[in-house]
Design a protein around this ligand. Structure first.
Ligand code: SF4
Length: 424
């Protein structure tokens, strides 16, 4: 039994599951987040953020901090509802985690670990991405959360899923909540039934866990009923994974010379709903499939004209390369161009919010990982151009020798690779 499981067992004894308050006394591991750093006035991260979901919290400490300072007068929203409403990129989980852990709001969190624990506790066997299941899990999390120690409770519940109620090898016998777990109860019932049969008793225990064939939006689907060989890992069930849809986006790193000679970039804010809601990005627009480079440049030049309110020549757009970013449901390829502008450019105030930023400001802004990759591609291009300008033959040879990758080792897409081939 792992250390966390031992701590969980010691800390949680005979809890009434209907309230599950005792789970909050499970001691979080030392690597649990130090979310106090999110409190107003903090200027740098104060702890570690293990796991992908905590990366969103880490984002809060960089781009989100800027947003709080510049747009909310330094006042950090303190409730899950306000966090989600006022800070771009903060979803339901992140808002719940910050509000409960940092500000003591009695609100639940539902992440992958919590989904697994709750589905097993209540034998929820329907597709966990369905609205009915999602709503049910959030209702449960909000009901169960300990009113006096919500942050500890939420961390303990996540920790229970990460260390005891694991996806493939749950430690049910050591689990502090097994008395309340319907999935475990079902396994025990089957074991009892099997041993009765062994001793010649044929009384079969009726199955009372499922609501019956069809109809229930939470039970195991009739077509895929309980499988005894899986035990508690019958739960949760996931929908068959869909192939991510393929999308293309033209993006332009629009640049001007700043006051001190360093480049400044134009970034614009995405709409407040949908993918990457409210985050900042280089001016971008979706591309219809199959457009050739000249056609891409034309639509991009039109798009840029709307931002800069001045004519943009397609021939001044310089192709940088393609940057691939995989979202959970989208295979996104950014076709990246750059454009350097002379002099000052008046931005169209009627359009979505936009601003010029230095490289440092860009990195501190609420920008997506994909946009950071785009900027990196631009910097790589700049490095290659300056190497070219110096006429370093050795550099050119090494670049050609490394066809298929950029000087920084970043992988090129197939189309970009083919474009990078030198003429015969
Ligand atoms: Fe998970 Fe087993 Fe504990 Fe149930 S008893 S919550 S399935 S570890």
């Amino acid at each position: 039994m792992g250390g966390a499981a031992v701590r969980a067992r010691r800390s949680v004894k005979r809890l009434p599951l209907d309230h599950m308050h005792c789970i909050s006394s499970v001691t979080p591991s030392r690597s649990m987040p130090y979310v106090a750093a999110c409190s107003p006035g903090m200027t740098k991260a104060g702890g570690t953020f293990p796991g992908g979901r905590w990366l969103q919290l880490s984002w809060m400490l960089t781009g989100g901090r800027m947003q709080v300072v510049s747009e909310l007068a330094g006042r950090m929203p303190r409730t899950a509802e306000d966090l989600q409403r006022l800070l771009p990129g903060v979803g339901r989980y992140t808002a719940g985690a910050i509000a409960s852990i940092s500000f003591g709001q009695a609100t639940g969190v539902v992440d992958g670990n919590v989904i697994r624990v709750l589905c097993r506790l209540r034998c929820i066997g329907a597709d966990t991405s369905s609205l009915a299941v999602i709503d049910c899990l959030w209702d449960m999390a909000n009901t169960l959360v300990d009113r006096s120690r919500p942050g500890d409770f939420n961390q303990a519940l996540m920790e229970l899923g990460a260390t005891v109620c694991t996806p493939k090898s749950p430690l049910c016998r050591e689990c502090p909540v097994k008395e309340h777990c319907h999935a475990w109860r079902r396994v025990e019932k089957e074991l009892a039934s099997a041993s009765q049969k062994l001793f010649g008793k044929t009384t079969l225990v009726p199955d009372v866990e499922d609501c019956g064939p069809g109809g229930c939006p939470l039970c195991l689907p009739a077509a895929e009923p309980w499988d005894s060989s899986l035990g508690v890992t019958n739960f949760p069930r996931k929908a068959a994974k869909k192939q991510p849809r393929v999308e293309w986006t033209a993006t332009c790193v629009l640049e001007r010379r700043g006051r001190l000679g360093a480049p400044e970039y134009l970034i614009v804010q995405r709409p407040s709903s949908g993918l990457l809601a409210g985050l900042w990005e280089f001016p971008s627009l979706p591309l219809a499939p199959g457009l050739q480079e000249e056609q891409q440049k034309e639509v991009l030049a039109d798009h840029l004209r709307a931002w800069t309110r001045q004519p943009v020549q397609t021939q001044s757009l310089c192709f940088i390369g393609e940057v691939v970013h995989i979202f959970s449901h989208i295979h996104q390829t950014y076709v990246v161009y750059s454009l350097c502008l002379d002099g000052d450019v008046a931005l169209d105030a009627a359009s979505s919010p936009s601003r010029w930023v230095t490289e440092e400001e860009f990195r501190a802004s609420a920008v997506s990982t994909a946009m950071k990759k785009v900027l990196k591609a631009r910097e790589t291009q700049r490095g290659a151009q300056s190497g070219h300008a110096k006429g370093s033959k050795r550099k050119r040879e090494s670049k050609l020798g490394a066809a298929g990758s950029t000087p920084t080792g970043m992988q090129l897409s197939l189309r970009a690779f083919l474009r990078a081939q030198p003429p015969p």
